[in-house]
Design a protein. Structure first.
Length: 281
């Protein structure tokens, strides 16, 4: 079984919770996010060990949904660099398209001084999902000024990530658990901000045998966090954005993520075109 099949089977056994109930009971816009990278066996164990308080978000009979996120950064990939360096004042900007419904949001995630993440978003025209329109620029400019006293930088689309997600919600402990499978990243600008063309074009990031699990809770010590700790699974300090950029542009330094990229993503600082093609197959 692939991770997608394991996820689908496990989610089918749980009680449903509607989107309205999720937004009412466990809407976490200020939260502590933790990411983990699991094999399909670890995913099956995690979902088996979570108690019955975790329900699965269901919309129109669906429990796994398609997402497409377009990320924006400066032409020199400034936000990738500050994430790589672990700076506290950093942010991610993206549009997120819900492929099953055709809805789109413009989102900004700002990291606070204590490690918490503030997520801000507004409804966004689907036709503008690959660009930052005037409304988005004004929205982000106000956020950056209020949070960091920073001006709005020049931002351009640098990458699009597609994936499928299942979401578990515990309304009692006010936490969420998301499971992302089938990640696929595409170079968003045809280059790397330095006049060089991306080597890969389209590249599968995690493949069918890995799943990105993210816990979202008020303090980072939720039920799912404890279960993952008991399983001996360590937090992965690396976002889908940083994974994708590192894989699409292997000549860029990735510093603190080198080991994870090599061991889990078959990453090479200077791969051949044939080797990169092998990652897609």
């Amino acid at each position: 079984m692939t991770c997608a099949q394991v996820l689908q089977t496990a989610l089918a056994r749980r009680d449903p919770i509607s989107l309205a109930e999720v937004n009412e009971e466990a809407a976490l816009q200020r939260r502590v996010d933790k990411k983990f990278l699991l094999s399909r066996g670890q995913l099956a164990e995690l979902l088996e060990r979570l108690d019955d308080d975790f329900a699965v978000m269901e919309i129109a009979g669906r429990r796994i949904f398609g997402y497409s996120s377009t990320y924006f950064d400066t032409p020199g990939l400034e936000q990738f660099r500050v994430h790589r360096q672990g700076r506290r004042r950093r942010f991610k900007v993206r549009t997120r398209t819900y492929l099953d419904s055709g809805l789109c949001m413009f989102e900004a995630k700002l990291k606070g001084s204590r490690g918490e993440t503030d997520k801000h978003r507004i409804p966004y025209p689907l036709a503008d999902s690959a660009i930052m329109n005037g409304e988005a620029q004004e929205f982000l400019a106000e956020l950056l000024d209020a949070e960091y006293r920073l001006p709005l930088p020049e931002l351009t689309p640098v990458m699009t990530v597609d994936y499928r997600r299942g979401t578990l919600v515990n309304p009692h402990s006010k936490e969420r658990l998301t499971c992302d499978v089938g990640l696929l990243c595409r170079d968003g600008a045809g280059g790397n901000g330095a006049g060089e063309t991306c080597l890969t074009g389209v590249q599968e990031v995690a493949g069918p045998d890995l799943v990105v699990v993210e816990t979202k809770s008020a303090d980072g010590r939720g039920v799912a966090d404890r279960v993952l700790a008991e399983m001996g699974i360590r937090e992965l300090s690396m976002s889908k954005y940083c994974v994708g950029i590192a894989l699409l542009h292997p000549h860029l330094p990735a510093n603190r993520w080198n080991r994870v990229l090599r061991e889990r993503f078959a990453w090479d600082r200077a791969p051949s075109r044939a080797g990169l093609a092998g990652l897609v197959a």
